[in-house]
Design a protein around this ligand. Structure first.
Ligand code: PEP
Length: 249
């Protein structure tokens, strides 16, 4: 398999309470986690400081979003500078829910990613096709367009993890087969080689997201170009998330 260090992110989305996240953090703190894996979790903004103050330092924290630039008169937004100030190390960008439910554009996502990278945040850069794209054989067209939008905005890929998340697999229980995921991951690796550089292609983690759970993660992890996972629903269960983190073979 690719020589990239495994990376697993838990995206808690708009879930949790003070109490439920305290329990989840306790579970993560007592879980046995393999050494050879980078692990991050992504709480809603409101709970980031609670989580940072109680979670083992073994696990880093990602925000689920940030503003396009420096803060100021932007009601309801959080800037990358504020995330850094609060001790956050990563930010998810271009998640399908932000693209397709909230309406974020490729250009906005590129701008946010570039600004976050300029503040030394790591960026989990999501891409992925809708079911209608896949059915029309447009999967790689869509994924490459989304990658190009990141490439247009950023010049340094060393703090980027690419997350391939087919929209039809997110939160649906319909996981991509290991072969389906591998096929797109290999295409992304090749795109990075041709459009960015061979070095970026071999060093960039390409993680899979879409209904990953404790039962399917080990087989997905055997695929050559799957360097980890971005996990939604199953990341809300501490033990199951630990199982996924330990899926690296
Ligand atoms: C996600 O939100 O990134 C995700 C993959 O969700 P789920 O694991 O619930 O499909």
């Amino acid at each position: 398999r690719s020589s990239c260090r495994f990376f697993v992110g838990g995206n808690w989305k708009c879930n949790g309470t003070v109490e439920s996240l305290k329990k989840l953090v306790d579970e993560l703190n007592s879980a046995k986690l393999e050494e050879d894996v980078d692990i991050v979790v992504s709480p809603p903004y409101l709970y980031i400081s609670q989580v940072l103050g109680s979670l083992t330092k073994r696990i880093e924290v990602a925000a689920q979003n940030c503003w396009t630039g420096k803060g100021g008169a932007f009601t309801g937004e959080i800037s990358a500078d504020q995330l850094v100030d609060g001790g956050v190390k990563w930010v998810i960008q271009g998640h399908s829910e932000r693209r397709h439910v909230i309406g974020e554009t490729d250009a906005m996502i590129g701008q946010k990613s570039a600004y976050a990278l300029s503040k030394n945040l790591g960026v989990i850069a999501c891409v992925g096709e809708k079911l209608e794209d896949r059915e029309a054989n447009r999967t790689t067209d869509v994924v490459f367009e989304q990658l190009q939008a990141y490439a247009d905005a950023v010049s340094d890929w060393s703090n980027i993890v690419v997350a391939y998340e087919p929209v039809w697999a997110i939160g649906t229980g319909k996981v991509a087969s290991p072969q389906q995921a591998q096929e797109v991951h290999a295409a992304i690796r090749q795109w990075l080689k041709e459009k960015i550089s061979p070095e970026v292609s071999s060093k960039t983690r390409i993680i899979y997201g879409g209904s990953v759970n404790g039962a399917n993660s080990a087989e997905l992890a055997t695929q050559e170009d799957i360097d980890g996972f971005l996990v939604g629903g199953a990341a809300l269960k501490g033990l199951e998330f630990a199982t996924i983190c330990n899926a690296v073979t």
